[in-house]
Design a protein around this ligand. Structure first.
Ligand SMILES: NC(=O)c1ccc[n+]([C@@H]2O[C@H](COP(=O)([O-])OP(=O)(O)OC[C@H]3O[C@@H](n4cnc5c(N)ncnc54)[C@H](OP(=O)(O)O)[C@@H]3O)[C@@H](O)[C@H]2O)c1
Length: 354
């Protein structure tokens, strides 16, 4: 390894994507319990755009190295590291100290309150990495997509009362979280419904991921009624709620009695004076409204096992090369929201954009 390596940083709490710049920095010192990883792929999340644009509602470190999700290869393991060795393929744990049980704070989330993974090499504690088994057929970008999106969807469907075959799962929109949840739910034998703003995206989703039913929420603003109709009045047993304040009322109207709404995203705004009576609506359905904070190491390991055993390839829409222009194009592409699934950055070879 040379003494200098490339790292991207946002100069302060971001205000625009243009603020993202690359630097050459010296390699940090390695402690005997730590592992140096050569990064091969990074998966972007909506959070990374929100952090760069300064709209993320949680604390962000000054001059942060953005992004949380990486897949890489162990370059060097400290003398006290037991479970990993040089050459192992690994992914990062989003909240570096969330090992099991409920996550108790956001303060150790990569690429926000602490430095993230948009860099050639990164140093992690041993417990902050999860090994990808040798038999896994997934690409580096697909593996990186497990870190936030993968574990979040696993937490939504298995972190409380586990999903059963035959139940209905509703996912809102066609971003990374929603399409990954669709893939898991399908593999688990669920009835699946996807909403989107775009017929073109829905056509692609139908062809590539084969949900049971799709709804264009722009053309059908009463999409909650369509969910109830399609399920014969039963409603959705699980809702992967990526919209937030602007969609939660409709989600509560179309959730099944006793169903689970996983509150994950904040994509759809709602003026404070128009916010619904959440308590009344949840009570009327006997529903669980459960906030999701990504997931812990145990859940990430479960998700890795599930995807490997079922040969699930997380939905990578497009990969960009790790270069000044490639990184900027990846962020812009993600911000334009034309993607279906995940947008990734690949460090290992020059890619011709699809
Ligand atoms: N709580 C957590 O632990 C956690 C973890 C991961 C992500 N998140 C959050 O979950 C949300 C989704 O993340 P992501 O990475 O999947 O984002 P993403 O890939 O950028 O997906 C965004 C997609 O959501 C859809 N969308 C946008 N506005 C919508 C609206 N008003 N109603 C319904 N759908 C809408 C759009 O799809 P269409 O064009 O098809 O409509 C859009 O392409 C973000 O808010 C993110 O911060 C939270």
């Amino acid at each position: 390894m040379t003494n200098q390596y490339t790292v991207f940083r946002l100069p302060d709490k971001g205000s625009s994507l243009d603020a993202l710049k690359s630097y050459k920095e010296p390699m940090p010192e390695l402690d005997k319990h730590q592992v140096v990883v050569r990064i091969c792929a990074v998966a972007l999340n909506y959070r990374d755009i929100a952090i760069a644009e300064g709209t993320y509602p949680f604390p962000v470190k000054k001059s942060v190295i953005p992004c949380s999700d990486m897949c890489g290869v162990v370059h060097h393991a400290g003398s006290r590291v037991k479970s990993l060795k040089k050459g192992d393929k690994v992914i990062s744990l989003f909240m570096q100290n969330a090992l099991y049980g409920p996550c108790t704070d956001w303060h150790d989330g990569l690429g926000g309150p602490i430095d993230g993974v948009l860099q050639e090499y990164a140093v992690f504690p041993e417990h902050g990495l999860v090994k990808i088994p040798k038999e896994a057929l997934m690409t580096d970008a697909e593996a990186a997509s497990l870190v936030c999106t993968g574990v979040t969807t696993w937490n939504a469907l298995y972190g409380n009362v586990p999903l059963k075959p035959g139940q209905t799962v509703l996912v809102l929109g066609t971003g990374g979280v929603s399409i990954t949840a669709l893939q898991i739910a399908k593999a688990a034998g669920a009835n699946t419904i996807v909403t989107s703003s775009s017929d073109v995206k829905l056509k692609h989703v139908q062809r590539a991921y084969k949900p049971t039913h799709v709804i264009n929420y722009k053309k059908c603003p009463d999409w909650e009624k369509e969910v109830l109709d399609f399920t014969g009045g039963h409603g959705a047993d699980y809702i992967v709620e990526t919209g937030g304040a602007g969609t939660i009322e409709k989600s509560l109207q179309c959730v099944a009695f006793g169903g689970i709404i996983s509150v994950i995203g904040f994509l759809a705004a709602c003026p404070a004076d128009q916010r619904p009576d959440m308590a009344g609506l949840a009570l009327a359905k006997g529903a669980v409204v459960r906030g999701i904070m990504v997931g812990n190491r145990q859940q990430l390991e479960e998700m890795v096992r599930f995807t490997v055993v079922n040969n699930i390839h997380l939905p990578v829409d497009k990969e960009f090369p790790f270069s000044d222009s490639g990184v900027m194009e990846a962020f812009q592409y993600m911000a334009q929201a034309g993607h279906v699934g995940k947008v990734c950055i690949n460090f290992t070879h020059d890619l011709v954009p699809k």
